[in-house]
Design a protein around this ligand. Structure first.
Ligand code: 0XW
Ligand code: MG
Length: 367
């Protein structure tokens, strides 16, 4: 099998409802789909969707430029030889993991279709037919955040992620206490500032909310800030945005500054990279999610397939953008949240058969 074509599509994803984090509010996101075509006609799909241009040091146009750099070098390779694809990508361009992740995910999709197996089965097997997910509650008034938390618990979610930061910390502190009071036992809480807090405010919030059973997710902007305050916090810390690759994950674990992770496939380089991180976390008993920034059915399915293979004792859920997206790339198989759970797609590869008419014409084509 040889790669004979690579197409790149742009899919606009207007945000349904409201999605506000400490550093930005999302209104319209532009997802990027990578389609690999093999000489036997098989196609594999990958996806990345940057969360605007200030969320991380990678963004849409940069990732698409990276695809222009790497795609021609992949034509002629066997897409099932995923390690060789990565070797070639690293030999062609340093960094730009969003772009490489989309190629990686498409390669796992095409490999699964070639072997007639689901991606989760290629990754060691699924622990069940569904995975848990969690709901991210936007920055809002403390009363509204508490109302949403109660509503999501009634809908069957067992974990919420409360967005904090970007406001007076008294509001964060009040919101966390109101959410705690609003919930029945059985709901796990992550307070996620998406790097929007400094060390002082993180310490103050943790001390003033020591009675709230939660984890602090990526409060500060840098790993060094987290190393500086970690030993003085009253809560476990999950790192997210700063763990930009496998090496950063290993560094954080070695520095003793991570008690778990909000892990995103495209940030670290795709399914191959998160498989490694999954196994490292399993060896060290570190809980983690299998999420991504944003995106449609393709990246959602990839997060769910990986999540299905995470040890249930460590799995913190697969977040997907479905509640904020109007429609699916694949109306029949696209991942959906029901009672706080997502069914693992059953078809080979990612199990997604995208309606290509929804992607329009390619914005880039190679081969
Ligand atoms: C909740 N997420 C997985 C989706 C948004 O991109 C933010 C992210 C997070 O945990 O930071
Ligand atoms: Mg996070």
């Amino acid at each position: 099998m040889k790669l004979v074509g690579i197409n790149v599509y742009e899919v606009p994803l207007p945000v349904v409802g409201r999605y506000k984090m400490a550093t930005s509010e999302m209104k319209l996101l532009k997802s990027t789909i990578v389609e690999l075509t093999a000489d036997n006609g098989l196609k594999g799909y990958g996806e990345f969707c940057a969360l605007g241009s200030v969320y991380q040091p990678q963004h849409t146009l940069g990732a698409r430029a990276a695809l222009e750099e790497i795609a021609p070098a992949l034509i002629g390779l066997d897409p099932r030889n995923i390690g060789l694809l990565h070797y070639k990508m690293e030999a062609t361009l340093d960094g730009s993991r969003y772009a490489k992740a989309a190629v990686d995910i498409a390669a796992w999709d095409i490999a699964g279709k070639s072997y007639g197996r689901r991606v989760c089965d290629l990754l060691g097997g699924a622990h069940g037919p569904t995975v848990s997910t969690y709901y991210a509650i936007s920055v809002d008034t403390p009363e509204e955040q508490a109302r949403v938390a109660r509503e999501k618990q009634r809908e069957g979610f067992t974990r919420i992620q409360l967005k904090i930061g970007g406001r007076d910390i008294e509001e964060d502190i009040e919101a966390l206490h109101r959410v705690k009071e609003a919930l029945q036992p059985g709901m796990r809480i992550a307070a996620d500032a998406n790097r929007g807090l400094n060390g002082r405010d993180t310490l103050l919030i943790s001390q003033r909310c020591r009675d709230v059973p939660m984890v602090l997710e990526q409060p500060c902007r840098t790993m060094d800030e987290m190393i500086n305050i970690h030993g003085r916090l009253c809560h476990p810390v999950y790192l997210d945005e700063v763990t930009e690759d496998v090496n950063a994950v290993v560094r954080a674990i070695g520095a003793g500054v991570a008690d778990g992770f909000g892990m995103k496939l495209t940030r670290v380089g795709g399914i191959s990279a998160i498989q490694t991180i999954r196994d490292i976390c399993n060896a060290r008993g570190l809980p983690h999610t299998t999420d991504d920034n944003w995106g449609g059915d393709i990246i959602a399915a990839a997060c769910v397939h990986v999540g299905a293979t995470v040890s249930p004792r460590l799995f913190e859920g697969a977040w997907i953008g479905e509640p904020y997206i109007d429609g699916h790339y694949d109306e029949e198989n696209g991942p959906r949240i029901e009672n706080g759970k997502i069914k693992v797609p059953t078809g080979p590869g990612l199990g997604i058969v995208p309606d290509l008419s929804k992607f329009g014409s390619p914005v880039l084509s190679f081969g």
